[in-house]
Ligand binder design. Structure first.
Ligand code: SAH
Ligand code: SF4
Ligand code: F3S
Length: 465
């Protein structure tokens, strides 16, 4: 096969989706495909879609309209162009995509893309097709590993999927339908992947899953391991200096996870723990399976395990039946926790989910107004959190060149981007940086002598929130 076949994968969704895009590129590299940044020149164009909110899905259809013209243009020049729709819209819409977007050749669900080479081959011979059947085992273990150059190109911080799918069925959410039931990868496979990444220069891994702390993969002892136990093992991989995990459900934080935060300096003291709402009435209607009090107790136990913990969250405003009083409870929760950052969304009714059928939908202008108020509160806390970094010393993992010559940008334990003047040869190092200035979107620091070179990150920032 010629080595000049061009591939472009466009990712719309969450970190799992971004990871899936990388794995598709790794798989197709074995078929002679090389990634290109210019989508319109690709011989194979994959849209890896997200269905979480309405806008995400509509974006895909409008993009497919544009792509149809590229495909016609390529055909006029005698150049082949295959279009694949992958990801959660593919799973949810299936055949409907082929009907609405005739330029598409293959529709493949997020659990089936390991079959892409065979699917492309069949589509070429027999015409358009859809594959959205759920497998019983994780597809990752059927995929070839990434090669060293691909890992290097992606930088010193990498994602590793350890768990897929969700059994929680929050009443607003499509994920249990698009990603299917929870499946955990075996410990040995995860460790082999982390070792491979570390050998290629990766210093930080983020273990990802839709419900990552429900992890229950098979350990080398034949028993189901918890995420806490897995983290204890991952930090032992030589070269790995930092570990994170996302996204967690508050109901699945167990003692082994608390112990990991207490005992592992490599486990970063920053946790994304989505709460969605501060009102118990709304939490119950969402089927979140935890109360405001349960959630606050979990955060307090976490802070007890490690004093420098900081938190982020996801919020939904305008869930069906949410009153002004309910919404104020969300605002008061934001004040009480003092998040270092958070994402907030207007509730979007998703086809097939229970909440979409509720009669008491909240009017659009009300959702809009609540979102504005919530985002202002979150921004205020985020700014205060960043301001508290001023004058402190933070360990920074240097990731890539900054905007200015001679400058690098790295991440603090709290994922804050930090700029510091250092040569490119220092990428991948963890250095102690004195924070001298707070910008709008990043911090600026100077190397604090003596530079820390052990690769270990010790807690430094006092819990100020
Ligand atoms: N598994 C994760 C994340 C799921 S999707 C978790 O349980 O937290 C990421 C975020 O999208 C959710 O946390 C939620 O805040 C938001 N979201 C999901 N469905 C939504 C919907 N129908 N409308 C608006 N936001 C939604
Ligand atoms: Fe969706 Fe809830 Fe599962 Fe998260 S826990 S993926 S919000 S159903
Ligand atoms: Fe979107 Fe699917 Fe992720 S719906 S958020 S790409 S799990």
């Amino acid at each position: 096969m010629s080595a000049t076949r061009k591939l472009h994968v466009k990712s719309y969704g969450c970190q799992m989706n971004a990871y899936d895009s990388q794995r598709m590129a790794d798989l197709l590299a074995h078929e002679g495909f090389v990634e290109t940044a210019a989508a319109e020149d690709a011989e194979l164009l994959i849209l890896n879609t997200c269905h979480i909110r309405e806008k995400a899905a509509e974006k895909v259809y409008s993009e497919l309209g544009r792509i149809r013209r590229w495909k016609e243009h390529a055909a006029a020049k005698g150049r082949p162009m295959s279009i694949v729709v992958a990801g959660c819209v593919a799973q949810a819409e299936g055949e409907e995509i082929l009907r609405r977007a005739p330029a598409v050749d293959v529709v493949v669900g997020p659990q089936n893309y390991h079959r892409l080479p065979a699917l492309l081959d069949r589509a070429r011979r027999q015409g358009k097709l859809v594959d959205t059947e759920f497998p019983t085992e994780s597809k990752f273990d059927a995929l070839p590993p990434a090669d060293r150059d691909a890992i290097r190109r992606r930088g010193v911080s990498a994602f590793v999927t350890v768990q897929e799918g969700c059994d929680k069925f929050c009443t607003f959410c499509v994920v249990p339908y698009t990603r299917g039931a929870e499946i955990s990868r075996p410990v040995a496979k995860i460790i082999a992947e982390v070792e491979r990444l570390a050998r290629a220069g990766v210093r930080e891994v983020t273990l990802i899953g839709q419900n990552v702390n429900a992890y229950h993969g098979e350990g080398p002892d034949g028993r189901a391991w918890t995420l806490g136990r897995l983290l204890h093992r991952v930090v032992k991989v030589s070269g790995i200096a930092r570990v994170r995990y996302t996204t967690s459900h508050p109901g699945d934080v167990d003692d082994s996870l608390m112990a990991a935060h207490r005992d592992l300096p490599e486990l970063m003291p920053y946790l994304h723990l989505p709460v969605q709402s501060g009102s118990d009435r709304v939490l119950a209607a969402m089927n979140r399976r935890h109360t405001r009090r349960d959630y606050l107790r979990t955060l307090s136990r976490m802070r007890h395990a490690r004093a420098d913990m900081a938190f982020s969250s996801d919020f939904i405003v305008g869930f069906p039946g949410e009153t002004e009083g309910d919404f104020r409870e969300t605002l008061s929760l934001v004040e009480e926790v003092g998040y270092a950052g958070a994402f907030s969304f207007k509730y979007s009714p998703r086809p097939g989910t229970p909440a979409a059928k509720c009669a008491d939908q909240v009017a659009e202008p009300v959702k809009h107004e609540r979102l504005t108020r919530l985002q202002a509160a979150i921004d205020r806390h985020q700014a205060a959190f960043n301001a508290r970094s001023l004058g402190t010393t933070l360990d920074i993992l240097l990731e890539k060149p900054g905007r200015r010559a001679g400058q690098l940008v790295g991440r603090s334990p709290y994922l804050q981007p930090v700029h510091v003047m250092l040569p490119e040869s220092r990428i991948g190092d963890i250095v102690s940086v004195h924070i001298a200035e707070i910008g709008a979107n990043s911090l600026f620091g100077i190397l604090s002598p003596p530079a820390q070179r052990s690769g270990r990150t010790e807690p430094r920032l006092a819990a100020g929130n």
